[in-house]
Ligand binder design. Structure first.
Ligand SMILES: *Cc1c(COP(=O)(O)O)cnc(C)c1O
Length: 228
């Protein structure tokens, strides 16, 4: 999607957004609405929000949120992005979407605290088991993967300790074992490295399966926004 020699900041500003004539600002307007009006019931039924081809309801997306999702995808080199109300909501949505009763999940020992709390509480109640692995020890991660392991969380660097794991080795291992990887990329913010192209050679041959991040932190910048 992005040309490798184009700076990401340039790429983000030159996103194919069409501003209204006479007001060519890079920032799109903020649309605030829950309900949108359809010409008739048939038109309502024809509309699709899952593929972002049209608008159905404010919670499903507005012109503003769809554009922010596209730009976040461009920032991280992802294919699709879903905005939610906070970083923790992004973590919970991901775990709830991917895990079923009987599944096991692995968390780095320096994971963002509330991710651990969610796993010890709600996910345990739903019959999802979790274990923590040593974020700095690929062999420990390997030893803890079982046939029931469905999801491995990663953080780079990890919360509080700021230790940086051997992401390439860990993602490669999980891929060999058929386990889904999700990176909490809050600290990398989509700028420190490309999580979907870890070899940084433009081949996209090694990357995590999904990322989450707290827009609450670096992307919002001012400490006055909650978003994930
Ligand atoms: C803050 C943070 C979150 C959660 O973000 P909220 O928007 O506060 O829910 C998730 N992961 C990491 C690493 C964070 O620092």
């Amino acid at each position: 999607m992005s040309t490798p020699d184009l700076q990401i900041s340039t790429h983000l500003i030159h996103h194919p957004y069409q501003p209204p004539e006479g007001f060519v600002a890079p920032q799109p307007p903020v649309h605030k609405a829950s309900t949108v009006i359809f010409e008739n019931v048939a038109a309502m039924r024809r509309r699709q929000w899952l593929d972002k081809s049209s608008y159905t309801y404010g919670l499903h997306g507005t012109p503003t949120t769809f554009l922010l999702e596209e730009r976040l995808s461009a920032l991280e080199g992802g294919l699709q992005c879903l905005l939610v109300p906070s970083g923790l909501a992004a973590i919970a949505t991901t775990s709830l979407a991917l895990l079923r009763t009987g599944d096991e999940m692995l968390l780095p020992d320096n994971a963002y605290g509330p991710n651990k709390t969610l796993s010890e509480g709600e996910l345990a109640h739903f019959g999802v088991r979790h274990q923590c692995y040593d974020a700095m020890d690929v062999a420990d991660l390997e030893a803890k993967i079982t046939p029931k392991t469905r999801l491995v969380w990663l953080e780079a660097p990890g919360s509080v300790t700021m230790e940086f794991p051997d992401l390439i080795a860990m993602v490669r291992l999980c891929r060999e074992r058929g386990v889904t990887t999700v990176l909490d990329n809050t600290w990398g913010a989509g700028l420190a490295f490309n999580p979907f192209d870890l070899l940084a050679d433009g081949t996209h041959s090694l990357g995590v399966d999904a990322t989450v991040h707290a827009l609450t932190k670096y992307p919002s910048g001012g400490g006055d926004v909650l978003r994930g």
